[in-house]
Design a binder for this molecule. Structure first.
Ligand SMILES: O=C(O)CCC(=O)C(=O)O
Ligand SMILES: [Fe+2]
Length: 350
């Protein structure tokens, strides 16, 4: 399908510029580009990535998303993620809270585990709608493979910069171990008030997110700033960000920034908003603690943090991830404390 054109992103809303990082140059080992990535990842923790070569895979995933979300709700609900804290499968609009008051989210999404994508036609973690299975080899697998390659390249660069023994971060995100890594396709319906939160303020649970969207709506709350600012989508540019797991492993060197999703602003508001993401998360057994024993750089960094003890969570990636997902679900809500129990490294900013 040809890529449609959209009304322009408005020029009268607060917008936060991100550094643009060129994936070709990173692959070629360009020192300036590597330094720019490092600046972005240790600063806001968000950057644009160009020349990532995943355009076709992303367009195909958007088409599959449309096809899937058009299925009757009853059919989609057969593949629902459930209330026990597993992320894989379908999530209906309104199943999660967007804030402590328990206001409902407005997005529906489908998450496909990287373990299922790579094991297909074997079922590793759970089942998916038949149309998704049909497109697993032609759409999901290619998107997952390219996303994994890109995020592993970024992890390799961070590994060097953090002075970790060769391959340390890559091993903690091994493809062989089951993990929470997943591909996600998100739909937010059109015409909602620009003030209506679609996804509440959060930090991402895992290590690296590789995000694609066409319309505005993503907002960040940069450190030291009290106003939410939009991240403008740029054609052909992915938006990448650091999540909690990598922030913890790196002793806070890499920054997991709080963000949320609003309906598209301005002339884009009447349109359905789609986004596609690949989340790279550590293997399920990885304990989320700063890698102080493997890097003096990280050890030194943690010692200078106001709360060094917060960099040893004592829980595994699976436990971290399960707690956060479970407590976002409105079915599990008892009161504002449930929302609080879903929080990550936001440091009280949400
Ligand atoms: O849709 C977006 O632009 C961002 C989605 C997001 O933050 C998430 O799924 O964690
Ligand atoms: Fe996110």
């Amino acid at each position: 399908m040809p890529v449609p054109t959209f009304p322009p992103f408005p020029d009268d809303v607060p917008t936060h510029p991100l550094l643009v990082v060129d994936y070709h140059l990173l692959k070629a080992g360009d020192k300036n580009e590597i330094d720019r990535l490092w600046e972005a990842a240790t600063g806001l923790g968000f950057w644009y990535l160009k020349n990532h070569g995943t355009e076709e895979e992303v367009n195909a995933l958007f088409d599959l998303g449309e096809e899937t979300m058009e299925l009757p709700l009853e059919e989609k609900m057969k593949y629902e993620q459930g209330d026990a804290g597993s992320s894989f499968g379908y999530k209906a609009a309104g199943a999660n809270a967007v804030d402590a008051s328990g206001l409902k989210d407005t997005i529906e999404f489908l998450n496909v585990a990287k373990d299922d994508a790579l094991a297909f036609p074997k079922v590793a973690r759970r089942s998916y709608p038949p149309n998704v299975n049909t497109k697993m080899p032609s759409v999901i697998q290619p998107f997952v493979r390219k996303s994994v390659e890109i995020n592993m390249t970024l992890l390799g660069i961070f590994n060097d910069k953090l002075d970790l023994p060769e391959g340390t971060l890559q091993k903690l995100h091994s493809l062989e171990e089951y993990s929470g890594s997943e591909a996600r396709i998100i739909k937010n319906p059109p015409g909602l008030s620009p003030e209506r939160m679609a996804i509440g303020a959060h930090t991402d649970f895992g290590s690296l997110s590789f995000l694609h969207n066409r319309l505005g709506g993503l907002q960040v709350l940069p450190p030291g700033i009290e106003e939410w600012q939009y991240v403008k989508p740029l054609p052909g540019h992915a938006i990448c960000n650091v999540g909690d797991a990598l922030a913890l492993l790196s002793g806070g060197t890499l920054h997991s920034n709080i963000h949320r999703v609003m309906p598209p602003p301005g002339a884009q508001n009447p349109l359905t908003r789609w986004s596609a993401v690949f989340f790279t998360r550590p293997g399920n057994s990885v304990v989320l603690r700063a890698l102080v024993d493997q890097s003096d750089f990280i050890k030194n960094r943690v010692s200078k943090q106001p709360n060094p003890e917060s960099f040893d969570t004592g829980v595994t990636s699976l436990e971290w991830f399960t707690r956060r997902i479970k407590n976002q679900r409105l079915k599990n809500r008892t009161g504002p404390e449930t929302w609080l129990a879903s929080r990550g490294t936001e440091q009280g900013r949400a």
